[in-house]
Design a protein around this ligand. Structure first.
Ligand SMILES: Nc1ncnc2c1ncn2[C@@H]1O[C@H](COP(=O)(O)OP(=O)(O)OP(=O)(O)O)[C@@H](O)[C@H]1O
Length: 558
């Protein structure tokens, strides 16, 4: 910010305070007035926030990142930057498996444009992924995307609002983890942007995303949009590459595993390469044995945990060794977790482990009720009593009874304060259990080490599968010694135990579970699904048709 801009910004703030008290700067002789030419830009606090980056710091960071770009990253960088600088529209998709440097590319693009005082909006489909982006937010909160979507949905952004103005002024929009978002969300954003951008030029209403330069990124091997009870075809059809927008998209491919290259000097390069290749083959459904229309993958013996009569104890002792000695060691829980396919199994493991912890267990019971607006639904609400509501369990939603102990790891289920590192998916360690407030320490994401206070919230599940809406007042927390595979997407851990008493049931789940670790030795798998044809086989589900509309579309710039 220049000195003149800073002065105008301060004067506007003083003027607002004075006006609240029936006065104005004009009432005080000798007081300077804000520069009228800058007033419109500075009256929008959202725009001001996006322009507050330190230009010289951005430039220094950019030069450092740019010097490291690989040839493929650099060519994509130039393709995107030239659209922005030439004020042309562009709709891009950066495709690449985990570790190929997508985030690194986003950071290079963001610092370049911010160093020139241009506006970059960084969003991600999940709270966890948004923490990795500079100034990142979730796409749903940034664009006010409705929870319930259909083919005509639009975002709740008024044409003359501050947010609309910010979007109009944005030079680049980056949206990470795009494949996990339903195409209807992108289409709602597209319709909204066309509407907002036609104010600038009527022809913008005919361009995808109203003519903005928008970069989506992600990996179609990962979990696709979650739609309860949807068929394979419905899930594939809900992906962004089944949208009417996709034909306008320019698709770039990143292929070098930079995460692997950055750790390889200190490790066994060949083992890492083979492990990484196996993960990719699992992700693309290119390995395994087909038995009765199902594909089974062989798990190497060194990854397998031998089973006994008590598989939960077996996996807990491997993933959480010396549990009681490590209770006060915050790094112990920070980097390890057990994954399972369903919430029922996850709950069983969590209950088992929390009972092993010393200390007093505290139980928090929720207060549940039917949402007022649903009191007129076409069902007899008399049979839905409180006991019935208390028994409802939904994915990503706290249970009626939440049993916790000090020292237990928990996962946050709502985006409370993304800027402060409190997102849906943030992991915390319970520090104290008050009556109305739980104190906890952040152990994942951007604000590791911060102590935070969590209070009860009114929570409404968006996909309970019930014909009415209900509200639960409860702490937005779940124990997370174990978590569902879907919830693990976006996390990187050093020790992962995959507990497959029930095999995976949807696209990308096995790939997501095995790709959360950086090294092979961090992954252990326990197979005890009674339906597996052989002891070391587990089912892998890959909707290969989702790749059809991507592999043929790569633009090679080199
Ligand atoms: N050109 C590069 N030079 C040096 N290091 C790089 C480069 N590109 C990426 N990296 C490093 O490689 C690692 C992985 O990169 P990054 O996190 O950007 O990958 P990603 O594709 O976003 O992965 P994920 O999808 O798992 O989030 C990071 O540590 C990053 O700093």
């Amino acid at each position: 910010m220049t000195l003149e801009e800073l002065q105008t910004f301060c004067l506007i703030e003083i003027e607002k305070l004075l006006q609240n008290n029936g006065k104005s700067l004009k009432d005080y002789a000798g007081m300077p007035l804000p520069n009228v030419d800058l007033i419109s830009a500075f009256s929008n606090s959202m725009v001001v926030r996006e322009m507050q980056y330190d230009v010289s710091e951005m430039l220094a960071q950019h030069d450092d990142y740019f010097a490291q770009l690989t040839a493929e990253q650099e060519s994509i960088y130039h393709a995107i930057i030239s659209r922005v600088l030439n004020k042309e529209h562009g709709f891009f998709f950066v495709y690449g498996f985990g570790g190929t440097g997508k985030t690194f590319l986003y950071k290079t693009l963001s610092t370049k444009l911010r160093s020139e005082r241009k506006i970059v909006i960084n969003v991600a489909s999940s709270g966890i992924a948004s923490l990795l982006l500079p100034g990142g937010k979730t796409a749903h909160s940034m664009f006010n995307i409705p929870i319930e979507l259909n083919e005509e949905s639009v975002c709740r952004i008024r044409v003359n609002s501050q947010k609309a103005d910010l979007i109009r002024q944005a030079d680049l929009i980056i949206w990470d983890e795009a494949p996990m978002t339903n195409k209807l969300a992108f289409e709602a954003v597209d319709r909204t942007f066309r509407d907002l951008m036609k104010v600038t030029s009527i022809s913008n209403q005919n361009l995808p995303f109203g003519g903005k330069v928008i970069v989506l990124g992600g990996d179609f091997r990962q979990v696709l949009p979650v739609i309860p009870k949807a068929s394979r075809a419905e899930i594939v059809m809900a992906s962004i590459n089944s949208s009417y927008l996709w034909k306008h998209c320019e698709v770039f491919n990143l292929t070098r595993n930079m995460r692997l290259e950055s750790v390889a000097q200190n490790s066994d390069m060949d083992e890492l390469r083979l492990f990484s290749e196996w993960i990719l083959q699992v992700g693309e459904g290119k390995c395994g044995t087909r038995i009765d229309d199902r594909v089974f993958v062989k798990i190497a013996s060194e990854l397998l945990i031998p089973i006994t009569d008590d598989p939960i104890t077996d996996i807990v002792s491997v993933i959480y060794p010396n549990l009681s000695e490590n209770l006060n060691n915050s790094t112990y829980f920070q980097d390890r977790a057990i994954f399972a396919a369903t919430i029922e199994i996850v709950e069983e493991i969590n209950d088992h482990i929390v009972n092993l912890l010393p200390g007093e267990m505290k139980e928090y019971l929720s207060s549940d009720c039917i949402c007022g607006t649903d009191a007129n639904v076409d069902i007899d609400l008399n049979w839905i009593n409180v006991e019935f509501l208390n028994q409802i369990k939904c994915s990503g939603f706290p249970n009626h009874s939440l049993k916790l102990k000090v020292g237990a790891p928990v996962i946050l289920l709502r985006n409370i304060d993304p800027a402060g590192g409190l997102c849906n998916g943030t992991r915390l360690i319970v520090h104290s259990l008050g009556r109305n407030v739980i104190t906890a320490d952040i152990v994942s994401g951007s604000n590791v080490g911060d102590r935070v206070f969590i209070s009860r919230m009114n929570l409404i599940p968006s996909d309970s599968g019930l014909p009415f809406k209900f509200q639960r007042r409860q702490f937005p927390l779940l124990l997370c010694f174990a978590m569902t595979i879907n919830k693990s997407q976006g996390q990187t851990l050093s020790t992962v135990g995959l507990f497959l008493r029930r095999s995976v049931f949807s696209h990308g789940q096995l790939y997501v579970a095995i790709s959360r670790v950086k090294y092979k030795k961090g992954l252990k798998i326990l197979l005890c699904d009674e339906n597996r044809p052989e002891d070391d086989l587990t089912e892998n589900i890959v909707f290969t048709e989702v790749f059809n509309k991507i592999f043929g579309m790569f633009i090679y710039l080199l």
